[in-house]
Design a protein. Sequence first.
Length: 173
Amino acid sequence: MRLSANEVRGFLKRTGLSRTDFQAQGYQTLDQIPVISIGRPEFMKALRAFATKLFCALHYKHTGRIVPLEGEIITRFFSNVQVMDGNLPADILRVLGRAPVLTQASIDLRSQFDYEYQIATDRQFSVFLCGFRHSFAMVGFVSENDDLPEEFQEVLTEGKFRSKPFQHDTDRS
């Protein structure tokens, strides 16, 4: 999934970025620049299953409520390139703001995994933005009802997932 040096060079050219942008972050050679290709269906299906489990767990952590069978989990996946290009939805960023302190044995874990969230007042809806070590980000909407608008349809190849709790292993594509 890692890109070759030539593919990274092409990526930098297409995006208008330069090697020096990454050298300042400690990446000295092209093959060290953290860009991967993730367009494979197997990767996207695994990511959908992971996202379903993650967002159900976060919803439970912050609401104390299990997402029922009729619930829905909507996920949008963003690669590090899409995040750098500013493709995260601005509407979501305005809603978020609650950020837990993530530690393990007094070690701050935010450089590995970090998230922000917001919970509806009735606790039946939650939204999360999770970042994974500058590799990718996911936005997750969790609803305890199957009433999310049709514009949230699943398009696996675009990193747009729609899933139900306890049915994350079902092949829907």
